[in-house]
Design a protein around this ligand. Structure first.
Ligand code: CUA
Length: 359
């Protein structure tokens, strides 16, 4: 017995006559579907406002990808509305009872062939055509590239080289606005994937192979990028920034980066810090152009202080974070290749003064 004072068999018999149960289940499914669709749409709109969103393109290539996304989204909505409409028709027809063998417009093998094969085929053809159109638009632009940048993916940071300009930096790709820039992508150890959602599609960095990706930004700004292929324990902390600058500012940046590090003033804190740096294990992994430090396992530090972040987008680049990173990098990014450096507090202060002078 239940709250209606009927046994289960009685209630089932009652629902069979009334058709209530089938209506209840169908209506619940329809309402659930609708709620999920609204939630999905709200989430999409929220994502569209996020820092790294495909739906907030900042260049012509990313704009083409966003257009394709909206076409697929619109098709998805249309299919959803039609299917939900047909579901409601089926529910109400079921409610009226299955004994009446009436022939509506949505019955028979013709309708099944149309709805189950012909229309899906047409929709897939539209998606296929739109995808090809986008791929063609993203292909190599005409003429030689104005700028080529080599990007190597390491566990877990990005090495960035401007081979024609003799510039090396890390975790930061500066580009001039308003022109397509060619990125040559190389995997230095395992497979990584470079993705700047606001500027372009993603492409893998594969050891022993060079892949080419084109980036283009309309407006100056900082665009966050992320490794998009699981590459080990710190994959999530393998981020970078693309910094798009007006061409004249970009040229100034290149000139500054090409310079070796400044010679420290004699008997200064910075000079003491340089001696500590050159006398420590730092030099086996890091290069500072203009000194004897020429290690190649870690990022080039010649202009470290000019960069926005530390540890591949993990920390803001400031004195406190740099101190934390040098003293205990493994608690910030467990599994990265940088060992802890054991220094007295005065030595550490001198070393920090030196590193922060590398502008
Ligand atoms: Cu590199 Cu994931």
């Amino acid at each position: 017995m239940n709250r209606w004072g009927m046994s289960t068999q009685q209630r089932r018999a009652y629902e069979r006559v009334r058709g209530g149960r089938s209506f209840g289940a169908g209506a619940k499914a329809a309402v659930l579907g609708l709620v999920l669709a609204i939630a999905g749409f709200a989430f999409t709109v929220r994502l569209g406002r996020a820092e790294t969103s495909v739906l907030d393109p900042a260049g012509p290539r990313a704009a083409r990808i966003a257009e394709l996304w909206w076409v697929m989204f619109a098709l998805g909505i249309a299919v959803f509305v039609v299917v939900m409409g047909l579901l409601l028709v089926a529910i109400f027809r079921g409610k009226r009872g299955s004994d009446t063998e009436e022939r509506g417009p949505f019955t028979g093998t013709g309708f099944v062939a149309l709805g189950g094969a012909v229309i899906p085929f047409l929709i897939l053809m539209i998606v296929f055509g739109a995808t090809l159109w986008t791929l063609i638009a993203l292909a190599e632009p005409e003429g030689p590239p104005g700028l080529t940048i080599e990007v190597a993916g390491h566990q877990f940071w990005w090495e960035v080289r401007y081979p024609d300009q003799d510039v090396v930096t890390a975790n930061e790709i500066h580009i001039p606005t308003g022109q397509p820039v060619e990125l040559k992508l190389i995997g230095a150890d395992v497979i990584h994937s470079l993705w700047v959602p606001q500027l372009s599609g993603k492409l893998d960095l594969i050891p022993g192979k060079t892949n080419t990706l084109w980036l283009e930004a309309d407006e100056p700004g900082e665009y966050r990028g992320q490794c998009a292929e699981f590459c080990g324990i710190q994959h999530a902390h393998m981020a970078f920034l693309v910094i798009a600058q007006p061409p004249n500012e970009f040229a100034e940046w290149l000139d500054a980066q090409r310079e070796p590090s400044d010679e420290p003033a004699p008997d200064s804190v910075v000079e003491r810090g340089e001696q500590i740096f050159l006398g420590s294990a730092c030099v086996y992994c890091h290069t500072v152009r203009g000194t004897n430090a020429s290690g190649e396992l870690g990022p080039d530090l010649t202009h470290l202080a000019s960069r926005r972040t530390l540890a591949a987008g993990t920390l803001e680049n400031n004195l406190g974070n740099l101190a934390g990173w040098i003293v205990d990098p493994q608690s910030i990014k467990p599994g990265n290749k940088m060992p802890a450096t054991n220094l007295g507090s005065e030595e550490l202060q001198d070393l920090l003064a030196y590193l922060m002078s590398l502008r």
